[in-house]
Design a binder for this molecule. Sequence first.
Ligand code: GLU
Length: 275
Amino acid sequence: MKKLGALILSLVLAGGLCGAATAADTLAEAKKKGILVCGVKDSLPPFGYVDAKTREIVGYDIDFCKAITKKLGVKLELKPVTSASRMPQLMEGNIDIIAATMTKNPERAKQIDFSDTYFFTGQKFLTKKGTVKSLKDLGGKRIGTAKGSTSEQNAAKAVPSATILSFDDYPQAVLALQQGKVVAVTTDESILAGQLGKLNKEPSTKGQYEIPDIQISDEPYGLGIRKGDTNFVNFVNKTIGEMEKSGEAKKIFEKWFGPNSDTPLKRNFKITAGK
Ligand code: GLU
């Protein structure tokens, strides 16, 4: 019995030591290397997209990466990710933080940690004008969205009789909508607003699409951090908390979602600790 107790004790100790040895310390690593790699979307205005003039990736998510690296005193490297690739990329160490329209939820929090909520939206639909008035109109129809998103799961629950087609990214789903292959694209309203803005800029599609007032979920966004990397979570939360207090966070929101932007939305959230 004694032997068994000792064996269990040593296994527990070894497990604890391994855990300590493998827990990431992104803060120290980034300072040592002088660089932080941020995983971002590159075709989703206004969160992350390539600026036509500068050819650089810009957007709401990128401005948060910039603020974090500025406070850290290191260079920023941006790496494009998709909804499906962002968690594996973080866990494999190819990126140091996810700033990519990512909803924080308990299922994902089993694998990675999240910052406090830095953006808040809800899931809706993008459709041809006048075709969808309620969820009933989507029954038995084909709906497009992106692989690896909460949108995929929420849509399947909200309209069980629909066929959900998952694309690599949302612009591909919007193309399918334009081609009549799906009757709606579903994801966060903030993302759909960016896609609608693009459609309204093209003379051939201007004024033909809409986002009906049908919301099927709440989507609080968090910055994704490696599991157990408490130092970095605390640093990021401190940074975004200070950005809220100084008004910088609101300024960034206004820049991308203000009344004069292509995607005017209301700021119905504040960055507060623990949310
Ligand atoms: N916010 C949702 C998610 O994290 C949808 C947007 C996305 O796919 O990035 O899955």
